[in-house]
Design a protein around this ligand. Structure first.
Ligand code: SF4
Length: 439
């Protein structure tokens, strides 16, 4: 009988993308999938190390796997396995511990003997990671709306709170010919939207010979038959050059949805975070983006409770965000990560102060989202259909990242593009729409 396998993935979109690649490899090798709560022969926990909570969840999942079947192989793979392999081994949580490079060779390591008392431990120095290769996708899921394409991995920036450069290593880019080939494959298989992902997307091309940049990549691809939508994941403020802004505005395939991490509205805190911009520069950029892309969703990451963040610093953040035409926020409380400079800083913000600050920003996020949805009411928009919520009621996403539900009594396929007039906000956070034309 074929071995059964269960997989749980924590963390970012890049982890999700890599997990779907690993799932395809195992499916092709005739492994049989079962849910994580079931009894399996093999459990894989694709871990995250960005916050201490993610590391805690990693260990929880490993323990659960061991309880579900004490005789199973249990694999801890990815960022937390890379960061704390000896801790996982000491606590006897896994039979195999694979770092961020080794995890991609999963089948090979599955054949290596490992036990809880003597795990197969394969973790190399992430800083020495080799050139980025396209992850070969063995199967394309025709009939899906959206695909993710990892064009970059790693980061050279070393923000003082962030563990990613230590777990994923230096920045590596997928060469432009490989990006083109992957895009063509996705387009041939009917995907209508491709999301360019990376750990630090704006560093795409810096490691290539000759050195290139994201604007050049977009220009190179513009001559091809692109899928109707390309969405860019997060791009750091300093990476939005005038050239990139012009490339994006002249390419109708690129979705008007941009995510620009802010982290703090205080110059002092940004400096302590080793973030290379000032609140004023961030503000200028966002206002310029709003001028060039009037319909765009503009999102930001914000961190609360960085060590030493005073009430005054926090108010600077709130006031900056209030004043800017941002449309949503992702709010993260500071989480000390081993090996990062910020983990050793004094003046931690904890308890009710941290919770209260996070709450203020969550409320601000809710207000910004409602305002943005309201500003779009009455507009005709193109919705990329994703799924049927209930008989005759469909959901999908606009290019500017509104989640829309609309009635349609005829069958639709995921990936169809339907023009809808936005009518009302719904309490779920979606927008209700009326179809305008039959697809
Ligand atoms: S830019 Fe900073 S926050 Fe982003 S991955 Fe690199 S080090 Fe981490």
């Amino acid at each position: 009988m074929n071995p059964t396998v269960a997989l749980e993935t924590l963390g970012c979109k890049v982890n999700q993308y890599e997990s779907s690649h690993l799932a395809e490899i195992l499916t092709t090798a005739n492994y049989h999938w079962v849910p994580f709560r079931a009894k399996a022969d093999i459990y894989i926990v694709h871990s995250c190390a960005v916050t201490s909570r993610a590391a805690f969840q990693t260990r929880q999942l490993l323990r659960r796997a061991r309880r579900n079947n004490p005789a199973a192989l249990v694999l801890a793979i990815g960022c937390d396995a890379q960061l704390e392999p000896h801790r996982i081994a000491r606590e006897r949580l896994a039979t195999h511990i694979l770092g961020t490079a080794e995890k991609l060779d999963l089948l090979h390591w599955l054949n290596a003997a490992g036990s809880y008392s003597n795990p197969c431990l394969a973790v190399s120095d992430a800083r020495l990671a080799a050139t980025l290769k396209p992850l070969p996708t063995t199967r394309m899921h025709s009939g899906r709306a959206r695909a993710f394409l990892k064009v970059q991995d790693g980061c050279d920036s070393f923000c003082s709170y962030c563990v990613v450069p230590y777990t994923r290593g230096k920045s590596r880019s997928l060469p432009q010919q490989d990006v083109r080939a992957q895009l063509e494959r996705y387009t041939r298989h009917g995907y209508r939207e491709v999301v360019f992902t990376g750990i630090h997307l704006g560093q795409w091309g810096k490691d290539l010979e000759p050195c290139q940049d994201l604007a050049g990549l977009l220009q190179f691809l513009a001559a091809d038959a692109l899928p109707p939508r390309i969405r860019l994941s997060s791009l750091e403020p300093g990476e939005w050059s005038d050239h990139l802004l012009r490339c994006v505005s002249s390419n109708p395939s690129i979705c008007p949805h941009f995510h620009v991490p802010l982290q703090s509205g205080s110059r002092d805190v940004l400096q302590a975070m080793h973030r290379p911009y000032t609140p004023g520069q961030y503000s200028e950029l966002i206002c310029e983006m709003r001028r060039r892309f009037p319909r765009a969703a503009l999102g930001a990451d914000v961190m609360v409770g960085f060590p030493g963040e005073t009430e005054h610093h926090f108010q600077e953040t709130v006031e900056l965000i209030e004043a800017l035409p941002l449309t949503y926020l992702h709010v993260f409380p500071f989480s000390p990560r081993p090996g990062t400079p910020a983990a050793d800083l004094a003046n931690r913000i904890t308890g009710s102060t941290l919770k209260q600050r996070a709450k203020v920003l969550h409320n601000l996020d809710t207000r910004k989202r409602i305002q943005f949805r309201q500003a779009n009411i009455g507009q005709p928009v193109e919705v990329l259909v994703e799924s049927e919520i209930e008989a005759g009621l469909w959901r999908g996403t606009t290019d500017n990242y509104l989640q829309v539900m609309f009635p349609m009594n005829r069958p639709l396929s995921p990936g169809a593009l339907v023009t809808v007039r936005l009518r009302d906000q719904h309490k779920s956070g979606m927008v209700l729409g009326e179809p305008q034309v039959t697809p």
